[in-house]
Design a protein around this ligand. Sequence first.
Ligand code: SF4
Ligand code: SF4
Length: 133
Amino acid sequence: MKFSMLSQVFSQMFKKPFTNRFPAKYAPKNTTKFLEEVGAGRAEIIPPIEVPNGFRGKIQYDKEKCTGCKLCLKVCPSEAIEFKETEKKIKIYLARCTFCSQCNDICPVNCLSMSNEFLLADSDKYSKDLIVE
Ligand code: SF4
Ligand code: SF4
């Protein structure tokens, strides 16, 4: 038992890491400067790997198809969805969303879907990139 574990530990030492060092091989001391260097062609961003099938990224909302039934609001565990009474449409705050996809599953007209987009870091939780409407 112990021996098989040790052989596994040693074999791992010679394998490539499973993690993708995105966006750079080492964390830059200054992200803004790093991005400037990328813009000037003096540094390269390591591209992200492809996301697997069924990945749950940023929600997409087809507003035209939405009937305003409010079912998505009822199942959302993190109260990330707001109902706009005047328009009878919804607004999703991604900073609150747990990406559980329950709103997608319950929507009777399939106007919600999970995209592959995952680069959602933002210093402002109410930025337009983090609000879907
Ligand atoms: S994915 Fe889950 S947490 Fe996010 S808005 Fe839909 S139901 Fe709410
Ligand atoms: S469940 Fe679908 S149709 Fe109903 S309010 Fe939500 S997004 Fe609109």
